[in-house]
Design a protein around this ligand. Sequence first.
Ligand code: S3P
Length: 441
Amino acid sequence: MSSRASSPTFEVAPGGQLRGTLRVPGDKSISHRAVMLGAIADGVTRVSGLLEGEDVLATLAACRAMGLSAEGPVDGRLTLHGVGLHGLQAAGGPLDMGNSGTAMRLLAGLLAGQPFDSTLIGDDSLSRRPMTRVAEPLNNMGARIDTAAGGCPPLRITGGHGLHGIDYTLPVASAQVKSAVLLAGLYATGTTRVTEPAPTRDHTERMLQGFGYTVERAGATVQLTGGGRLRGCMLEVPGDISSAAFFLVGASIAKDSELLLEHVGMNPTRIGVVNLLNAMGADIDVRNERTAGGEPVADLLVRSANLHGITVPQDQVPLAIDEFPALFVAAACAEGETVLRGAEELRVKESDRIAAMAQGLGALGVDVEEFPDGIAIRGGGLEGGTVHSQGDHRIAMAFAMASLGAQSAITIGDCANVATSFPNFVDLATTAGLELRVVTP
Ligand code: S3P
């Protein structure tokens, strides 16, 4: 849990509907990568649609502390004057990644091959998250990265160690680890190969290609060779499907709802939430499919539907990994049981999301059974009550949407971290029809 002294509470009235047209902010994963790759490219990179959430701003601040000059972001527009692959300089002190696992793990990869030392720190939540998963493969490449006790942050990276390419098979399906190794591979001699046990988001690979860097994929293995250059480019960041997920669930469970979500990223490695909601009987119409910034995008029209429980297929787990808090709310409002297994990774996100959702749903009268690697949720609707976000943005937003299917009001404590990924969530949700009141202590 990472709570802040003045963290607001959300009070949400029960029932209601979601209607209208809205555009969720830019994709968080893609925004982090745009800043990092733009920073080490040659020349200027112009980004539009950047997520101006706290996590991405932490990445930008870190790059600025290492010598990047950038204008913005203003209205999602950011201009980066890349310093080139070897142009970063030592920051004056520790780099604070706030709540962001993506910022810390990807930057660890980027900084592993620099000639200078770096220290990466984070907030209470991030300081409890596992970092050995990146330190180990990076150290195998020749880096020197030390973690604190238990493999947690801070990460102390001793620079000046030459890196060499490795052949690495990921022990867990993690795009962050894959990306960290690939980013270190830019600085390594020879070829770096990463093999994944299941497909994970491939934004790093796509974006490197957008910057003119050769990345090859053969089956489950992706590879690149160090020593090339990235060329500055124009990048349009699509809307974040992980943010859209709250509205897909909200409009599905609220009666008489019809919501058009414009310009949502539909990368096949991210659309587990759409696949799973469809399997539960949702009414989601994918329209106007196109490409933006090397990523598939579409407009999604979602209408109320009678959902039913499902057993989540294993291959969908990595494709919906960030959307399970919202999906568990859908399951609570569905008819019958939903069962998720093989999702132990949920326990090491911004909070232990299995425990946080099981506790919260239990407090709202839902019959849940917790497993080490998942959960069973017996649907049928929610009562009202008080829940805690555990300082986790996605838990807070999932329970805010739960009120659309609840009998009485839901109060959610400690919602400040919504700003890490979705700073205008309250505005968009209330405009669409959610009766949400923010109570600041
Ligand atoms: C992310 C990868 C996922 C995801 C996280 C963002 C990324 O984490 O949960 O929110 O941008 O690469 P893991 O790599 O730990 O699965």
